[in-house]
Design a protein. Structure first.
Length: 54
């Protein structure tokens, strides 16, 4: 993953920011990369994106 300026996003920092955001929003679930992958696929399917593309 990259930032808008083209620099790479450090994975551990990204997940750390997600944890902080979840805590701020009152979400107590520990979110993993796998969870994000499935959430993304579900959103794409609901928006009628082809399974082949997903």
């Amino acid at each position: 993953m990259v930032q808008e300026n083209g620099k790479f996003i450090i994975t551990s920092r990204f997940l750390q920011r997600i944890k902080i955001l979840c805590k701020y929003c009152g979400i107590e679930k520990n979110i993993r990369w796998h969870d994000l992958r499935h959430s993304n696929a579900t959103i794409l399917l609901k928006n009628k994106v082809s399974m082949k593309i997903i």
